[in-house]
Design a protein around this ligand. Sequence first.
Ligand code: AMP
Length: 301
Amino acid sequence: MGILIVGTITLDTVQTPTEKVEDVLGGSGTYAAVAASFFGNPVRLIGVVGADFPSTYTDFLQTRGIDLEGVTRVQDGKSFRWGGKYTDDLNVRDTLFTELNIVADFNPVLPDTYKDTSYLFLANDPPQLQLSIIEQVSNPKLVVSDTMDFWINEQREALEKTIERVDILILNDSEAKLLTGESNLLHAARAILRYGPKRVIIKKGEHGAISITETSFFSAPAYPLTEVTDPTGAGDSFAGGFMGYLASVDDISEGSIRKAMMYGTVVASFNIEDFSINRQKSVQFSEIEARYQKLQDAVQF
Ligand code: AMP
């Protein structure tokens, strides 16, 4: 089944305690699309880049089989740029700058061939843009969105309208608390369900992720890793792997959602082993399966 992903395609500057990289390929759409591309479904990406965006980056996305018909290059515009700096324990990140540039005025019109996509993932992007994509897709089987502190703080009203229309909202623990004002994650999840989604998935970094509906609770562990190089994009990779698996089995039952969370966890675990999407370039699906198996063994009791 096809997956449509809308998200940012960016130039990132990332500083960890030991290294700094500048203008590397990043973006919520990039990470999610690369992660989803492991599962063998057609992946279509909607986004915008500027004149300054290296064609080697878009070429790489194409080598992953990602369809870029929905990616616009604005010849007189600057790409979205983001900078972040990690503290010593790599769990805490400060955003140094967010330059929306061309993303602020991006109003995509979906190619006709994209409109019947079954699996829609709205990665981090302006909430109105996410909503406009929901409105253009004809009859999706599953609509999942992500959001982050930037949009909760800057465009809350628009964000609430978007959240109302999605089946699953994925966000991290601090964002769930920020969005709802609740300090207990279960209370926060219940409050989010009242906005409209049928399910909320809360990512807790190195402590895994939980899924909550009105009638179910599931907790997935994080994959145990001793060497983390750069956590940037872990959340987007989780979501991309999650969508990739669901589209590959074309099933959104509780059982498949749980397996999809495990696959998302595994794909994210590879992503954080190097900067940008560098580690993903060499990952084989057999390695994903091996880590999935290890994760499954880790929760047998
Ligand atoms: P994550 O580590 O999952 O929060 O994702 C980081 C990626 O999201 C980076 O590659 C950034 O370029 C991109 N990003 C940062 N801020 C935003 C934003 N406000 N909207 C969309 N994408 C963003």
